[in-house]
Design a protein around this ligand. Structure first.
Ligand SMILES: Nc1ncnc2c1ncn2[C@@H]1O[C@H](COP(=O)(O)OP(=O)(O)OP(=O)(O)O)[C@@H](O)[C@H]1O
Ligand SMILES: [Mg+2]
Length: 390
């Protein structure tokens, strides 16, 4: 596979000046060494394949925007190189790249010219940009009077209309109303279908799992994880949960262990369940020596609230496994339920009747409930009717 973007050993150092010299004397005496070096990125390397969508996640201040700016050529890295092919359309932060004193109209032309479009090219896309941003009535106002949502809409509208081969998006999918977000996602999907490359920075882990082919997690400016969105989002979640001292991703004596878990919806989808569908959680266990009594439990935890939405345990469901000798399979069948869209994580645990922990994998398995179009779902509710004389 060809890479669209090759990030090779990128480091970015900012100089932080702690004290402001107050007098001329001080100014002369304060040497350059008084400033402190701050490394926002440290030796980050990875490739982004052509036509793929890369999600970039990490805590606040981990370096995501800095890296995106380096990719966009807005910041020069202190060390390392970035090679890429294709026209980049960067969509960085709220209204970055817009000039506050210019009107919306002037900024569209300015922005499009940064992205390599001629005036004539911009004339051709102008009406579509404005319509997409839904800013017909505001194009002759200075953008300093725009709300942040309006700026993001205009920025995104320009970026997707300049026909870029690579689209860089920083956290816009979280801004704007739902209908705008939906249109942005539609655009992103169209870009993907056209085989364009996307780099998406976001805190919305759902979106990364939903949209991206691959993901990178930065931590304190270093690459912390790279891989499938599921794996990287799990690492990120575990990192977030690890601030909680009671959180342990995996533990137990392992006399009997979880050898595999599959989550499948009634409709046959893996790791996904649609509202109104049933779900099966299959847990495979393995023991080297016979273990007399083992209980299997699961919990489905909401990724947004961190609260369990459903729990189950073999003993409470009136099932005894008998001795586990070598291999056993346990299937939890969950009947059709009105799942709420979002990301969930499934915890699976094995323990003994007297409470010894054999093996627990905390929030290890992701489960997605997609946002279905409510209009196409049939309701099974039966209406009643009342007649009143007036
Ligand atoms: N121009 C600058 N001068 C000094 N420090 C900077 C500059 N730009 C960014 N930083 C610092 O670099 C670090 C990384 O910032 P960056 O904006 O890349 O983080 P981020 O991952 O995008 O965070 P967020 O999720 O909050 O958007 C932060 O500690 C930030 O304060
Ligand atoms: Mg940022």
């Amino acid at each position: 596979m060809t890479s669209a973007i090759r990030i090779d050993g990128i480091s970015k150092m900012f100089r932080l000046f702690r004290e402001r010299p107050t007098s001329l004397k001080q100014r002369v005496l304060v040497s350059r060494s008084r400033s402190e070096e701050f490394w926002a990125l440290r030796d980050v390397s990875f490739d982004i394949a052509e036509g793929s969508s890369m999600g970039l996640i990490g805590h606040n201040g981990s370096g995501k925007t800095t890296l995106l700016k380096c990719i966009a050529g807005i910041l020069r890295p202190t060390a390392g190189t970035i090679r890429y092919q294709g026209r980049l359309a960067a969509l960085l932060e709220l209204g970055a790249g817009f000039h506050p004193d210019l009107t919306g109209r002037e900024n569209v032309y300015l922005n499009a010219s940064f992205l390599g479009l001629s005036r004539r090219d911009t004339d051709r896309i102008f009406d579509d940009v404005v319509a997409f941003a839904e800013l017909e009535d505001f194009m002759d106002n200075q953008v300093k009077f725009y709300s942040s949502g309006m700026l993001v809409r205009l920025g995104f509208a320009v970026a997707v209309h300049v026909d870029p081969e690579v689209l860089l998006i920083d956290e816009v999918l979280a801004v704007g109303d739902e209908s705008f977000q939906r249109r942005c996602l539609d655009r992103v999907r169209r870009f993907q279908a056209d085989g364009r490359t996307i780099v998406l920075v976001t805190h919305a882990l759902d979106v990364v799992r939903d949209v991206c082919d691959e993901a990178v997690m930065l931590e304190h400016g270093s690459l912390h994880a790279i891989g499938t969105p599921d794996d990287v989002v799990r690492t990120m979640r575990h990192r977030m949960l690890s601030d909680d001292p009671t959180f342990v991703p995996e533990q137990g004596s392992r006399e009997v262990e979880i050898s595999g878990v599959t989550i499948e919806s009634e409709g046959g989808l893996r790791d996904t369940v649609r509202p109104g569908e049933g779900l099966t959680i299959t847990v495979d266990l393995r023991a080297d020596a016979p273990v007399p009594d083992t209980g299997v439990s699961f919990a489905i935890v909401s990724g947004s609230t961190n609260h369990p939405v459903l729990e189950g345990k073999t003993s409470e469901l009136g099932v005894s496994l008998g001795p586990v000798d070598r291999k056993k399979r346990v299937r939890f069948r969950i009947p059709a339920a009105p799942w709420v869209s979002g990301t969930y994580f499934v915890t699976v645990g094995l323990d003994s009747a007297d409470g010894r922990v054999f093996h627990v994998q905390t929030q290890h398995y992701p489960l997605t409930v997609p946002d279905v179009d409510h209009a196409v779902r049939a309701l099974s509710a039966r209406p009643t009717v009342e007649v009143e004389d007036l």
